[in-house]
Write a protein that binds this ligand. Sequence first.
Ligand code: NAD
Length: 313
Amino acid sequence: PKEGSVVIIGSGLIGRSWAMVFTSGGFKVRLYDIVKEQVTAALEDIRKQMEELRKSGMLRGSLNPEEQISLISGFSDLKSALEGAIFIQECVPENLELKLKIFSDIDRFVNDSAIISSSTSCLSPTKMFNGLRHVKNCIVAHPVNPPYYVPLVELVPHPQTEPVTVERTYALMKKIGQSPVKLMKETDGFVLNRLQYAVISEAWRLVQDGVISPRDVDIVMSEGLGMRYAFLGPLETAHLNAEGFESYCERYGEGIKRVLETFGPVPTLSGEVAKKIDQALWEDQTDKPDQLKARREWRDACLSHLAKLKKEM
Ligand code: NAD
């Protein structure tokens, strides 16, 4: 194992995934949670998940499940968890008050060289890290669920984050097999969610305007755009659809702008349209108890196969 420990704060869904990703990279992991039983449950769950991943040939890293599990230890005392920490990944619920409290506690106990990183999906680094003694070591590393199969991590600095903190976090994410991107500055929603919300809002308007059904709009993504987007971004897609990006803009720019002018206002995200989409997305038997669970398991299986395919390409 590597020197020093990675400390995971909060052993819920995302904390468990981070723990598995870091141990797959050979790092010692300390898993801390305010609820003692959560840590025990998390360790048990991780053991089960790793065993299943081994069976399906999807376990990451070169160590076997026993070796990976032996790298993880549970903690219910924050101060001792932080001893010898090189990197801290916070994964407590998405609540600013709670994050402020945990960061001020970490700030008191942590050494001066450890990186303090948050998994937040949408809280700003400014709000979370302002005034901390170790603010230059603080950063957001926003994962995508499930991080074990979806490697993107958005790195978002606080205005006072030192460049070396960004570089060290970037290198660490690469080392454990994730795909980091650097935001040069914070912006509400970071980048993944801004792009996602653009797509959701146009999908909403198309359904609202009676152009297409909710099920069919999803097929446009999964059987159309999404096929490319698993490998290429929208910019390179355009680049390849002409003789380079500038050529694409020359050829299609006027048409794109004409269509964009017809985009409507921000959707209400409530009322009749929300109900219509919701109803369409449940299977015929709305009372089938485990349909979301089954569908999520199917999604994760698809993602794991896609991750494997992408590695082979
Ligand atoms: P979760 O509710 O599954 O887990 C949160 C864990 O934090 C629980 O185990 C809880 O006991 C623990 N906790 C609560 N207060 C604590 C404290 N003071 N100290 C230590 N532990 C504490 O939540 P989650 O889905 O894992 O989300 C965690 C973070 O990750 C959030 O900021 C969320 O926005 C972000 N995130 C979530 C997803 C997702 O899809 N779930 C994706 C990306 C980022």
